[in-house]
Each structure stands twice: as C-alpha cells, then as structure tokens.
Ligand binder design. Structure first.
Ligand code: CMC
Length: 464
C-alpha cells in the first residue's frame, strides 16, 4: 500500500470556530434573556450560532426547548469544510483556495481530485503514484458486466450507474472498515478508477455494443473516451478537442460544497456505511432534474422550443407559470453569473469552432439574452448555471441526452469522496439526524374501518 494514504482534511486556516461576540435573545413569552455565542470561522469570516445553544430557551423545565426551523437548509451550516469556497454574490468558486478559472485552464482532473482530497497540489511523485493507482484499478469484476446486462436496453443510464455503484459495495466487503486508512484509500482509488468504466459500459449497453476494457496506456479522459467509442481499431485515438473539453468539464463539476448530492453523501456516510453505498446515494440525488439532471432537462427544453423564433413565447410561458422553469437558470447559492457557466460558454465556442456550430446554440444564446434582459429573471437574480451550455457540448461529442448526468457523476465522485473523508475526520460530526416539528394528530384510539383484512384460515392456520 502506498505511503500517501492519509488525507489532511479538514485542517486549514480558520478550521477552528472562534467566539467573536454574543447575541442576546429575549424570549417575549418569559421576558428572559439568553446570551448566545457568535462563532466565526474561516478566512472569509462566516458567522453562525450553534443551534444547540437555543435548546436552553424554554418556558418550562419539562419542555424540549427551542429548535431552528429551516426546510431545505436555506440558512443552516451542517459542517465546517475546508474544501470548496463559493461567494454566490460575487460569482467566485475556489477549490482549496485555488480559483476555478486557473484550475480549469491549467490543471488535470486527477490533479484536482488529489487537491480536493489532500488540501494541497500534488508533488510530481505523489501525482505519479495517484495516477498509477487509479489507472491500475479501472477494471471491474466480470459479474458487474452480467449485472449490467440485466438492464433493459432503454434503462436510464443514471439508474444503471446508481445501482451498479451500490452493487460494487458487495464486491468489496472490506470497504466497510472505514476507520482503516488503507481501506479508505483503496476504496477512494477504486471509485475514482471504476466510475468511468461503469459509465462507459452503461453507454455501450444502451447502444447494444460490446464492452471495451480499459486501456492502461491511456490517460483518465482518453481511456474513458476509448471505452465509449472504440470499435475495431487496436488503440483508440480520441479527438484532442474533446479530451481537453471533457477534462475541463470534469474539473468544473468536481465539487460544489454542500449541494443536494454532497449533502446526501455526507448524511448517508454519517451512518458509517461503506463509501460505495454513500456515493450511490449521491448519484441518486444528482439524478433529479433540479440538480445534476438539469443538463439533460436543458437540452430537452431547447429541443422542445425547436427554433429561435419560439424563444419569446417560451419565456412568456415560464413567467406565466405554464412552461415550467427555464432549466439551466438559477441557483441556490449563485445570485450572479455562475463562474462555471462562463467557462463552459467559452469552451462551447472553442469546441464548435473546431467541429462546427451546434444547430441549437442559437436557441440557447437567444434564451440567455432574453432572460438576462427580462425583469422576471433579473429581479430574482436568475442567471445561467453550469448546466445551461454543457448539454450542447456533450451532444456535439455524440453523447446521448440521457447520458449527460452520468458525466457529471463521474466528475463529482472526486468531490463526494473528499467531502466524505472530511466528514470522517471531523470530530464534531455524528450521525446526521434532523429534528422535526410534529404537526400531526395528538393521541387517538385505534378504531379500524376495515372488517376483512386478514385471510380467513382453518383451525390448522392454513388459508381457507
Ligand atoms: N426558471 C424560472 N423561475 C425560476 C427558476 C427558473 N429556472 N429558478 C427559480 N425561479 C423562481 C422561482 O419560481 C421563485 O420565484 P417566486 O419567488 O416568484 O416564487 C424564485 O425564482 C426563487 O426560486 P426558488 O425555487 O426558491 O430557488 P431555489 O434556490 O430553491 O432553487 C434551483 C434553486 C436551482 C433549484 C432553481 O433555480 C431551479 O429549479 N433551476 C432550474 C433547474 C436547474 O437548472 N438546476 C441546476 C442547478 S446548477 C447544477 C447543480 O449544482 O445541481
């Protein structure tokens, strides 16, 4: 086992929360005052109070105490994290302090995966070892192939990915030893290595093509493209424009702090289940159209609009609440242009300059222009997000529409794993278990309204 197994997360400047003042809360029911400590953390100076500090607020000793009510976690920090920083108002995204623009320009995806996990950029020796280990774990057990063959030809690729990653957990039962650093390392390597293989096998299954095994002489992205597209040639030579574009898209999708799927990975991982099962939970969350599934939904929306001349009517229908949402627009955190979307738009220009214009780019550009000048979208701070243009690039590479979110999942696995390990290293974390405000009935007597609910039986207990 290599000597580079211990991730340093989450030790980073400002990882410890410090008291910076206090908040006086006055309970109008009792007239009592409760000073609550204000905590500050990180170099950006985020502040919070501990929700548990509110529990002391009660009107009688037997009461449970005050909770916070925050559906959809609009304003709740569930963890301290040193991995990804977003400033939604300024449109800033950084991994471990490095601006996304610089990483997209100059880094490789596996370098970013190392950075996310370890907190620092890898030295040459560390990088070589990391790439070697990932390259030599790309094969999947032959039974996985048979497992995939059980799916119907038109099964959604995300359903197949989710179940096959969950199934991997049964091939590596030792992965449940999550406190053993060697096991953690090898599970992380296996997941990063096998996701492209599973994704490519799923693609081939959908097309009815034979599976292509990994080629250890190729880089991460080239190998993936080879497993997707190789036919009878002895070695696949990927289009360098596609290789570069996919590398950049993987970097852009690698992590995005506490989004829906990362929260799912952390919540499921907090039960101390193995990482294959936790990552399968992340894939399930990503599948939804409001999250990673939006890239597929954008393309379907553009295809439905059909022609640039139909854009104004479509925008009106969205505003009138009849046309659904403008997919690929809006974000919980970004209230200005998503920095990833800016990079994707430039990337789309570069790809289309090389391989020819996508027929629907004009519709996308027109939608963007219309929305950016329309008060409905401007007043709600709805800007294009990362998913708005990615689908057009993926389509130009001949990926089917329902496969787009799989590409997102392959990349996001690196972030999920870094976040999962940070959770395990964080002494403050416990099993995730939110509270609720119970609004159902009070106690009532059982009074069945069904007269025949159990099968009639003979004296010997057998069905009549
Ligand atoms: N089109 C039209 N109206 C929208 C949209 C949209 N795409 N997004 C938000 N709104 C409106 C929404 O109707 C609401 O209006 P009102 O105040 O009149 O009720 C207001 O904007 C606030 O919306 P919200 O639903 O409270 O915002 P949220 O933070 O809960 O939702 C979102 C964020 C991303 C789920 C949402 O913007 C959306 O559904 N966008 C389309 C789906 C999409 O592109 N998702 C990909 C997100 S980026 C990739 C990723 O990280 O997953």
């Amino acid at each position: 086992m290599p000597d580079t197994i211990t991730a340093t997360a989450p030790q980073a400047p400002g990882a410890e929360l410090r008291a910076t003042g206090s908040l006086d809360i006055k309970d109008s029911r009792t007239g009592k005052n409760y000073p609550v400590q204000i905590l500050e953390g990180g170099v950006e100076g985020d502040t919070a109070i501990r929700a548990m500090d509110l529990r002391q607020i009660k009107t009688a000793p037997e009461e449970f105490g005050m909770m916070t009510y925050d559906p959809a976690f609009m304003n709740t920090a569930s963890c301290r994290s040193a991995i990804t920083f977003i400033d939604g108002d300024k449109g800033i995204l950084r991994y471990r302090g490095y601006p996304i623009e610089q990483l997209a320009e100059s880094a490789t995806f596996l370098e970013v995966a190392w950075l996310l996990r370890n907190g620092e950029l890898p030295a040459q020796k560390e990088y070589d070892r990391w790439v070697h280990d990932i390259t030599y774990h790309t094969y999947v057990h032959e039974n996985i192939k048979r497992f995939l063959e059980g799916f119907r030809y038109d099964a959604h690729p995300m359903s197949m990915l989710c179940s096959s990653v969950a199934a991997l957990s049964s091939f590596y039962p030792e992965a449940k030893n999550i406190k053993d650093p060697d096991q953690r390392y090898i599970s992380i390597i296996r997941l990063l290595a096998k996701l492209p293989t599973l994704a490519a096998f799923i693609y081939r299954h959908g097309k009815g093509l034979p599976f292509i095994y990994p080629d250890n002489d190729l880089g991460y992205v080239e190998n993936f493209l080879s497993m997707v597209a190789r036919m009878s040639e002895p070695q696949y030579e990927a289009n360098p424009v596609f290789v570069k574009a996919l590398e950049v898209l993987f970097i852009l999708h690698a992590d995005h702090e506490q989004n829906c799927s990362t929260n799912a990975v952390r919540a499921v991982g907090s039960s101390e289940v193995d990482p294959f099962s936790a990552i399968a939970a992340g894939i399930a969350a990503l599948y939804g159209p409001l999250h990673g599934g939006a890239n597929e939904a954008v393309l379907r929306m553009i295809e439905e609009i059909g022609h640039p001349k139909n854009v104004p009517a479509f925008i009106d229908s969205v505003k009138g609440g009849k046309g659904g949402r403008l997919m690929g627009f809006g974000h919980r955190v970004y209230k200005s242009y998503d920095p990833r979307a800016k990079i994707v738009k430039r990337l789309a220009d570069q790809v289309f300059a090389q391989i020819g214009m996508d027929k629907d780019l004009e519709i996308a550009l027109k939608l963007e222009e219309a929305a950016l000048h329309d008060d409905y979208f401007v007043s709600r701070k709805l800007y294009p997000n990362v998913d708005f243009y990615t689908g057009l690039i993926y389509r130009s590479m001949a990926f089917p529409t329902d496969f787009f979110t799989v590409l997102f999942a392959v990349a996001r696995t690196s972030g999920w794993l870094a976040q999962w390990e940070e959770l395990l290293n964080d002494k403050e974390q416990k099993i995730a278990r939110p509270r609720q405000i119970y609004v159902g009935y009070g106690e009532r007597e059982y009074d069945s309204r069904i007269s025949e609910k159990f099968p009639k039986t003979n004296k010997d207990g057998r069905k009549k």
